[in-house]
Design a protein around this ligand. Structure first.
Ligand code: ADP
Length: 487
């Protein structure tokens, strides 16, 4: 396979990514001895001008003390049985002084009379800050990753490719289009992407599925047009990362989560009906239907009712949680004021605070814009945060402080309670998680309240954050935009 010739304009064909990242690309044809460089590589080597260079010209700029090393690395890469890798740090002598560079490349083989023989070396070159610096722009952006860099002409034929896979043979690819490659199927999307960036003359990033050796692979591909000297589009460049493992892991996690939500919702519904029955019968007994029962028996009926009440609350929370997770919770917008919604929430928990002799106050900064949101949901979250604050505080006070931060309304629920250890701060939002000391005394809980509250906050384009110190108290902050985005 004869590679598509690189014309002098090929300077401009450097993948946009390489130009952006500050590294240059080169291609050394072992048969003609010519080296094609892009503009950045010439700049790094201090060899401006047009057209290909000879190996002699290239090696003339290498510092005399480093030439032997560079030659040795090259012979090693080309020797039979070598993995064909070429990586060397060397000094370049330019008009503006001596500079450290790193050259990385790999050998591409072509079939010859005695089997595959080295045909060319392709690679990149990057300037290092000094001899010690490990990270150049290429090293940081590409090397060590699985990113494949390539560019093609306007007929979608590959003209250059950098693929870190040691088994990859660029000769199978250069000069061909994706749909002419034996190794890949299902490439219409990839080809359409390249065509689209050339037509639109703009970069696009897209996730694409390609069948490689019979198995589906997902690639995150950034494609951009390449321009010639006159500014015309002469091809496309792509940087592709194989994200198959990540996509599969996400799919599995989503399926597992959906199955869990379905199960939770099914169990909750199954439990709800009989519980409602138990509660109804207990209430009838309390009302003396079918006939009055003794006082002592009534006490037991009362306990049944309280127990069932707790179970119903838990099931309702479970159902709400699975609805939220499945994205089945609707938002209904209304306009209110932060002060009004705060007062409503405070009323709900007032009795609780009194029973523990805790101070309960609300402080609202004024003036404050109107709040256009799902009012019931904001109230529900505030009741939850205030309820927790009261539950986990034995003395002192609970304060709801409302502030404005630009377009966002901040509701701070501040308590003087038991607080939360630093390494538990993230965990409090996990479903079913409760701090080891949360269950002491009579503090009942499911560990679902904050998980539900955070889901609701996110549904309202907001967030809940927490700051806390053990034995000093906690501050939970609900952030909600005054206006829904786009509203
Ligand atoms: P629950 O209160 O039902 O256990 P939540 O999801 O509301 O569940 O809270 C999870 C955990 O976070 C609680 O078990 C408790 O350990 C901790 N927590 C929540 N709010 C506070 C608070 N204001 N002060 C101290 N700990 C809290």
């Amino acid at each position: 396979m004869v590679p598509a010739p690189l014309t002098p304009e090929s300077d401009e064909r450097a993948p946009t990514g390489t130009r952006l990242h500050g590294f240059g690309w080169w291609q050394y044809d072992l048969r003609t001895g010519e080296i094609q460089w892009d503009a950045r590589a010439r700049q790094i080597f201090g060899l401006p001008g047009e057209g290909p260079l000879t190996v002699e010209q290239a090696s003339s700029v290498i510092h005399p003390d480093d030439r032997e090393l560079a030659d040795a690395v090259l012979s090693e890469a080309l020797s039979p049985g070598s993995p064909g890798r070429y990586t060397v740090r060397k000094r370049i002598v330019r008009d503006d002084g001596v500079h450290w560079v790193r050259t990385l490349g790999h050998v591409q083989y072509e079939d010859g009379p005695e089997g595959p023989a080295p045909a060319r070396l392709v690679g990149v070159v990057e300037e290092l800050e000094d001899e010690e610096s490990a990270e150049g722009p290429f090293q940081t952006a590409i090397a060590g990753s699985d990113i494949i860099l390539a560019h093609c002409d306007t007929h979608l034929r590959y003209t250059w490719i950098y693929n870190p896979d040691p088994h990859f043979n660029a000769a199978d690819v250069i000069g061909r289009r994706d749909d002419e490659l034996a190794s890949a199927e299902h490439v219409a999307e990839l080809m359409a992407l390249k065509r689209e960036v050339m037509d639109r003359d703009a970069g696009i990033t897209r996730q694409i599925e390609i069948i490689v050796a019979g198995a589906p692979h997902y690639y995150s591909v950034h494609a951009a047009p390449l321009h010639g000297h006159d500014g015309a589009v002469i091809g496309a460049t792509t940087a592709a990362a194989d994200v198959t493992e990540r996509v599969r892991a996400e799919d599995l996690a989503r399926e597992a989560s959906e199955a869990k939500s379905r199960l939770m919702s099914m169990i909750s519904h199954e439990l709800r009906t009989p519980l409602a029955g138990i509660l109804g019968h207990a209430e009838l007994l309390e009302q003396g239907v079918p006939e009055a029962i003794p006082e002592r028996a009534l006490e037991h009926v009362g306990r049944i009712r309280t127990g069932v009440g707790h179970m119903q609350a838990l099931i309702d929370e479970l159902l709400r949680f699975s609805r939220l997770q499945a994205g089945r919770e609707a938002v209904s917008l209304d306009t209110t004021t932060a002060a009004a919604v705060s007062d409503e929430a405070l009323k709900v928990v007032d009795g609780l605070a009194r029973s523990k002799e805790l101070g309960l106050a609300v402080e609202v900064e004024e003036p404050m814009p109107d709040l256009c949101t799902d009012v019931q949901k904001v109230e529900q979250v505030l009741v939850n945060l205030l309820g927790n604050a009261i539950k986990y505080t034995e003395e002192g006070s609970v304060t709801l402080r409302v502030e404005r931060a630009g377009e966002v309304c901040l509701f701070h629920v501040v308590d003087t309670g038991i607080g939360i250890a630093g390494d538990h701060l993230d965990r409090v939002f996990e479903p079913f998680w409760r701090a080891p000391r949360a269950s002491t005394g009579t503090r009942r809980g499911t560990g679902l309240g904050l998980a539900v509250a955070r889901e609701i906050a996110r549904l309202l384009h907001g967030e809940i954050e927490v700051e806390s110190r053990p034995d000093e108290g906690s501050r939970f902050t609900l952030r909600v935009p005054f206006q829904p985005p786009g509203g």
